[in-house]
Design a protein around this ligand. Structure first.
Ligand SMILES: [Zn+2]
Length: 413
């Protein structure tokens, strides 16, 4: 089965293509060609002219187990450790733990999906997420090794930095760790520790990096290692953001992540807006909107070593596509986007989320009816799976109807 998707514009993300469509194969989920005809398509999705197709967004840092709200333990802290202690001692943490882990993962997956994210890096030991990630409506990166942080008091995830990093190199996986998330003496040694372990390489993906010195950044650039920033979470916990201009100046590959909503943003769209504002306030100049787009598409695809399949709209790539309404100009459309500007999300050539006027198309993809009608941010939507029932089950575990702004659903309960 073949599908032809015709938006107003296609952003690959390096190029802008006008007046063409994406021809994709449903059997293997991949893009066949970018062309201007659709003779052989079984499903034709003709979108309004004021829409833009981007590669499905990649959220480079989340903890899906923490898909709850509101944020807890506002800073300024000196290290993440005092925030973590505050979180775990909070009544909200107790409330959250009434929800089974699988349901927290479902909440996190839908949170990401409705903001246009199709792939997430869930930073957590494999034993926590292994059983869930195949049952979620989005992709969660499976191939990674990890540490929690590289410091003496970190949470000791995995088998140790040297073992995990070596495993990453052997399998060509990313080795993912928090780094220098804080300003105490121990946090600031993060890069030195990594170097001692021989673990600062192109397989290394480091999150936060608030305390990174110029020397550290030079070492990271030289090693071709990757950085991920989560400005909302950083600002909430530390009242500052990372030295991004200095990161960019060294051509380091930088990606954007949300962290969990218990310290970070409610979704990637909020994260982008905050990044834009905080960068301007820190440096007195704008971060380029195209740079931001790269931070949620091709940069994380490269960091997580999935850039042969994801991060681009090109023939041969998996057809994960986020369609956004045109607002301002092509690139600023992602900065200006909010829930109702996400026109449609496509994963592996199939529509998984859209406005309800696309119902006939949904029926073609899901003749068994594995999708539901929901009201999100006051608009009727179609979405893969049964989100209404999931939300009611979550309310059931809690014993009350909990408002979660990252899934702004209207529901009788
Ligand atoms: Zn984190």
């Amino acid at each position: 089965m073949r599908v032809f998707i015709k938006p107003g514009f296609i952003v690959t993300p390096e190029e802008i293509i006008e007046n063409k469509g994406i021809y994709a194969d449903i059997t293997n989920g991949r893009i066949v060609s970018i062309s201007d005809y659709y003779e052989k398509a079984d499903v034709e999705i003709v979108l309004p002219k004021n829409t833009i197709a981007f590669p499905g967004f990649i959220n480079a840092h989340d903890h899906l187990l923490g898909s709850y709200w509101p944020r807890v333990g506002e800073g300024p802290h000196i290290t993440w450790k005092t925030w973590d202690d505050a979180l775990k001692a909070s009544p909200l943490y107790k409330e959250r733990s009434k929800i089974p882990n699988f349901y927290l993962y479902l909440l996190g997956a839908y949170k990401n999906l409705i903001s246009g994210v199709t792939t997430v890096m869930d930073h957590i030991p494999h034993k926590v997420n292994d059983n869930f990630i195949d049952k979620l409506p989005i992709r969660v990166i499976k191939n990674y090794t990890l540490a929690h942080e590289v410091s003496k008091y970190d949470l000791k995830w995995g088998d140790g930095v040297d073992v995990e990093h070596k495993r990453a190199v052997e399998n060509d996986f990313p080795f993912v760790t928090h780094i220098e998330e804080g300003f105490d003496e121990e946090s600031l040694k993060g890069i030195d520790y990594l170097k001692q372990y021989g673990a600062l390489t192109e397989h290394t993906v480091m999150v936060h990096g608030l305390g990174l010195s110029d020397e550290d950044l030079d070492d990271i650039a030289k090693a071709k290692a990757h950085l991920v920033t989560c400005p909302v979470s950083n600002y909430f916990m530390f009242k500052t953001i990372a030295r991004l201009k200095e990161w960019f100046a060294r051509d380091i590959n930088v990606s954007l992540g949300t962290d969990s909503p218990m310290s970070g943003s409610i979704n990637i769209l909020e994260e982008i807006k905050f990044l834009k504002m905080a960068y301007k306030s820190k440096y007195g100049e704008d971060i380029d909107d195209r740079t931001i787009l790269f931070m949620i598409t091709k940069n994380p695809a490269k960091a997580f070593r999935i850039n042969k399949d994801f991060g681009y709209i090109k023939p041969g790539y998996i057809a994960d596509i986020t369609i956004v309404k045109f607002k301002g100009d092509i690139y600023s459309s992602i900065v200006n986007a909010w829930f109702n500007d996400i026109e449609m999300v496509i994963m592996g050539s199939k529509v998984v989320y859209a406005f309800s006027e696309y119902e006939e198309i949904f029926k073609k993809f899901y003749p068994q009816g594995n999708f539901s009608k929901v009201i999100l941010d006051r608009k009727e939507r179609l979405i893969i799976g049964d989100l209404n029932t999931i939300m009611k089950q979550v309310y059931g575990f809690l014993g009350f109807k909990k408002e979660l702004p990252f899934i702004p659903i209207e529901l009788e309960y």
